[in-house]
Write a protein of this length. Structure first.
Length: 320
């Protein structure tokens, strides 16, 4: 996405801005709608033709309850909007360019995510876990995908379309193939108490997936004049292949919004085992927990965070 379009792949920004600000997205960043449509199509095709069992949880594993999906969506939406990123935007793209903001945010959400999971694992009765898995209703997935396709169709001639389609498809396939769309993978990584209880139950897959993503992103940044290790920057790209200019975040401020957002996101991530990327996969295929409970609350949380930020800015202006 960076090399073709000049943009970074931050799932929380893609999802929240496209839904909360459709007119602005349609006018200024129509490629985001193409990305959502392509990601949704790739997710559905992967589930149907490549691995129909990619969302199946291990025997005996208790997945998120309805309450967990709802509360997780609210907190993930609020936290990622307030902190301007999630595991993809900060955790992969940000770390790859050695952003201090991203290191701070990742530290916050990893810390609260691990602490929340460890605390929940010690509870005798956990209202956030249920042995009853919510079903997959392909009709919901088809409806969501159809809406994204209709929104994307008018701008298919946009020069950023190809980059958006390629990166979205690879993103969906990569998340599913690595198992990151399963709640069990996330919980088994965040629950570090397994290391001293039964180390064989600990699953470091998420660390490996994020690590490989950081490496891939780091390689792509070597073509960006402001983030390359090359001494001769004339060898870098002056602009992306399909875009007019690069759009890489330049904010270096570490403030309360960044830290609080990361902390809240981490708690929500642990409760529902969903961050925006895997959640979008589950929404696209019609997972009822994701599309009926997590997604509406996610949008509500993002809207709430947006309101908080707006109020904060207005209060600051009045003070000044």
């Amino acid at each position: 996405l960076l090399l073709f379009n000049g943009d970074i792949m931050g799932f929380s920004g893609l999802l929240s801005t496209s839904i909360l600000h459709p007119k602005q997205t349609f006018k200024e960043n129509p490629w985001k709608l193409t990305f959502l449509a392509s990601f949704s199509c790739a997710s559905m095709l992967y589930l149907k033709y490549i691995d129909p069992n990619c969302l199946e949880l291990p025997t005996g594993f208790q997945g998120p309850s309805k309450l967990a999906f709802a509360l997780s969506g609210l907190m993930v939406g609020f936290g990622t909007k307030l902190g301007n990123g999630c595991t993809s935007g900060h955790g992969i793209c940000g770390l790859a360019r050695f952003s201090k903001r991203s290191f701070a945010n990742v530290f916050c959400f990893m810390t609260t995510g691990i602490l929340t999971t460890v605390c929940m694992s010690s509870l005798d009765k956990n209202v956030f876990r249920s042995s009853e898995s919510l079903p997959i209703n392909s009709s919901y997935g088809l409806l969501f995908t159809a809406v994204t396709l209709i929104a994307a169709l008018p701008n298919l001639a946009n020069k950023k379309t190809l980059g958006a389609m390629m990166s979205a498809s690879m993103g969906a396939i990569g998340l599913a193939a690595s198992g990151m769309v399963k709640a069990s993978k996330i919980q088994s990584f965040l629950d570090i108490s397994a290391l001293w209880k039964d180390a064989s139950q600990y699953d470091p897959t998420l660390m490996c997936v994020m690590g490989s993503g950081v490496v891939a992103s780091l390689v792509s940044y070597q073509f960006h004049p402001n983030h390359t290790f090359q001494s001769d920057r004339s060898k870098c790209m002056t602009k992306p292949i399909m875009g007019d200019e690069f759009h890489v975040p330049t904010n270096t401020t570490i403030d309360w919004k960044l830290l609080l957002g990361g902390a809240v996101f981490g708690v929500g991530w642990a409760i529902g085992c969903f961050c925006p990327g895997p959640a979008l996969f589950n929404i696209a295929v019609g997972s009822e927990g994701a599309i009926l409970y997590w997604f509406p609350c996610y949008l509500g949380g993002a809207y709430l965070a947006q309101t908080v930020v707006t109020y904060s800015i207005k209060s600051k202006d009045k003070t000044n």
